[in-house]
Design a protein around this ligand. Structure first.
Ligand SMILES: Nc1nc2c(ncn2[C@@H]2O[C@H](COP(=O)(O)OP(=O)(O)OP(=O)(O)O)[C@@H](O)[C@H]2O)c(=O)[nH]1
Ligand SMILES: [Mg+2]
Length: 612
């Protein structure tokens, strides 16, 4: 029978791509989770469709292994800074962390962030220097850099004494010292058992804070957390204590624990184990489940605040309701309400209009993953231009600032500087990486990062690695020049034809292809000049016998720009919107009517002149 002293709860934390999920694969394999002949996909915990497509972890996930009579509960977390809310949530369930560090790259911005959180939470950290199989690995320098980081971040001296394990997650090997031979992950498992403390126990009644929500197709909603005290059984009554001190009585239907990749039903909980409860619906993360009606306090989970906001609107384009299943204001409102229950660093604020919501998150990717998830679920909506969340601190306007790290080959150095300058980025530091790239570190306003990744990928033909990390609020850096180019706007509703596009592509890159349906006021391409241009992409050739340039044989269309959410968020201006449906991403002017739009623009210009 499992006892609390045989439980170890660990979080796996790191900068993006340093090998967390790959290490979990190796741990699961060596703990015998899979059958001998079972075909196991790589990064098995990255099970969410968007995680597999992008090769990154987005949501923290639970799994567990058995080793030498111990149960090791593992929470894998995402390394991308936009999902750091997931890390903060995961840390509320564990007693120690494996801090994974790439043996070539060394500590990166997110390494610092996650270690800081772990140390603040008084968690025992085991340093895992991973990817030691890489030929450029530089174990000593990386370890020195890690020690410096601990010196900087430790909140008490005992934290400076951290064990170090060297691993190759890909090869499934670990060692306590680089000179020792490596065969398997045993040294890592032993370190977890030895250094991570067992969960603390007391003989109070059952209590658990909800750290995660999940769903079971038979049981409905599940709440997940680490049992703080006491025992719980199916059928027991429990009190749910919200942060707002509301108390509700619920009945436990079923209880589960995690074994490998399975959820296994249990009839009694063990203190310190990570469990799932069925029967408690609609409850927020941070809420406490207790056998007691009165408890002293509900801590909740402290999450960093959002930095970027956009308006999310009901789709009121002429094509509204054609491609999606959910598109009313009520649909959007309910879906967003559900999202904020588990997506802790997201904020949704209603506005004066029932059709418009203010949605704030930790960055462009945080928001675009939400939008992409919703469109795949069948939602239609529109999104406005992202803006930084400003604060008024002591009478001064402050804005969120980030540390931006860019790695490129030397030839693209100039191109990167050209893009960062107007976005108010300041180069703080640059050096060569062990793999021969130039690593540039900037301080830049959060709003300067919007759309930057898509632009740099285009400029460097995909040869760029970019990370950013919110650092602090600082003095507002002033207006940032918005997009210099104008757009080509469809004159009226029509179907695009090759003949018309062939002419329009001369004016600038297009977003549409022949056969695409467009509406008046929809943006069909970029205009290479500063002004906007109203065009007719449906204009057909006059029938004539004269063969001329522009005849069908001569029409060669340049492939259009494929609109993605990230690109669009960086592209649009204040008077434009992104229309998102399960099938399409379209850009449009907020005001579709050309005369009305011109009138408003002239009016706005006069106002500015009048100001001066
Ligand atoms: N050479 C080498 N590559 C590794 C090793 N571990 C992981 N990788 C590779 O590094 C890349 C990232 O691995 P992941 O396991 O997805 O990294 P992660 O830390 O989970 O990434 P996020 O969850 O997105 O932050 C993949 O291409 C892995 O194959 C290793 O030990 N050696
Ligand atoms: Mg991962």
């Amino acid at each position: 029978m499992l006892t609390s002293d045989k439980i170890r709860n660990i979080g796996i934390i790191a900068h993006i791509d340093h090998g967390k999920t790959t290490l979990v694969d190796a741990m699961l394999k060596q703990a015998g989770i899979f059958r001998n002949n079972e075909e196991v996909i790589e990064r098995v915990l990255d099970s969410f469709e968007l995680e597999r497509e992008r090769g990154i972890t987005i949501l923290a996930k639970n799994t567990s292994i058995r080793y030498n009579g111990y149960k090791i509960n593992i929470v894998d977390t995402p390394g991308h800074a936009d999902f750091s809310g997931e890390v903060e949530r995961a840390l509320s369930m564990v007693d120690g962390v494996l801090l994974i560090i790439d043996a070539v790259d060394g500590p990166m911005p997110q390494t610092r962030f996650v270690l800081k959180k772990a140390l603040e939470n008084k968690l025992k950290a085991i340093v895992v220097i991973n990817k030691i199989d890489r030929p450029e690995a530089r174990l000593k320098e990386v370890l020195d850099a890690v020690s410096e980081l601990f010196l900087d971040l430790a909140v008490d001296p005992s934290q400076l004494d951290f064990p170090v394990i060297y691993t190759s997650a890909r090869n499934g090997t670990a060692t306590t010292s680089p000179d020792k031979p490596v065969t398997n992950l045993k040294p890592l498992f032993d370190a977890i058992v030895e250094y991570v403390p067992p969960p603390s126990i007391n003989d109070d009644d059952f209590e658990m804070m909800i750290s995660q929500l999940s769903y079971d197709q038979y049981m409905g909603p599940l709440v997940i957390g680490k049992v703080k005290s006491g025992r719980l059984h199916p059928g027991d009554d429990v009190y749910i204590h919200s942060k707002e001190h509301q108390v509700m009585l619920k009945k436990v239907l079923k209880l589960f624990t995690f074994e490998g990749l399975q959820r296994v039903e249990i009839d009694e909980t063990v203190v310190g184990d990570i469990i799932a409860i069925a029967g408690i619906d609609t409850h927020d993360i941070g809420t406490v489940v207790s056998r007691k009606e009165h408890i002293t306090h509900v801590d909740g989970i402290k999450i960093e605040e959002p930095t970027i906001a956009v308006q999310m609107l009901v789709n009121n384009s002429p094509f509204s309701g054609r491609e999606g299943r959910f598109f009313t204001s009520r649909h959007l409102s309910e879906r967003l309400k559900k999202e904020i229950k588990s997506n802790l660093s997201l904020r949704v604020t209603p506005t004066d209009s029932p059709d418009v919501f203010d949605v704030a998150g930790r960055g462009e990717l945080h928001l675009s993953i939400l939008f992409e998830t919703m469109r795949r679920e069948g939602y239609e909506f529109q999104v406005g231009m992202p803006r930084a969340i400003l604060k008024n601190i002591d009478g001064k306007i402050m804005e969120p600032m980030e540390e931006l790290t860019i790695e490129v080959t030397e030839e693209y150095f100039g191109k990167v500087m050209e893009k960062i300058g107007p976005r108010k980025g300041e180069l703080i530091h640059s050096h060569k990486t062990p793999s021969g790239l130039t690593r540039l570190i900037f301080s830049i306003p959060s709003r300067g990062i919007i759309g930057l990744r898509s632009e740099l990928l285009l400029e460097t033909k995909g040869n760029v690695v970019m990370h950013h990390q919110f650092i602090k609020y600082d003095t507002y850096r002033g207006d940032m020049p918005s997009r210099k180019k104008g757009v080509q706007i469809a004159k009226e509703q029509t179907i695009a034809v090759a003949y018309a596009l062939w002419f329009l592509q001369e004016r600038g890159p297009l977003f549409i292809s022949p056969g695409d349906k467009v509406y008046g006021g929809m943006i069909v391409g970029i205009h290479n000049k500063e002004t906007d241009l109203v065009v007719n992409p449906g204009k057909k050739k006059h029938l004539s016998n004269v063969r001329a340039a522009g005849s069908d044989e001569a029409i060669k269309l340049i492939p259009p720009i494929q609109l993605t959410l990230e690109y669009s968020l960086g592209f649009i201006k204040d008077d434009e919107l992104i229309e998102v449906t399960p099938q399409s991403i379209r850009l449009r002017k907020k005001v579709l009517d050309h005369i009305e739009r011109k009138r408003l623009k002239r009016f706005a210009e006069q106002e500015i002149e009048g100001d001066e």
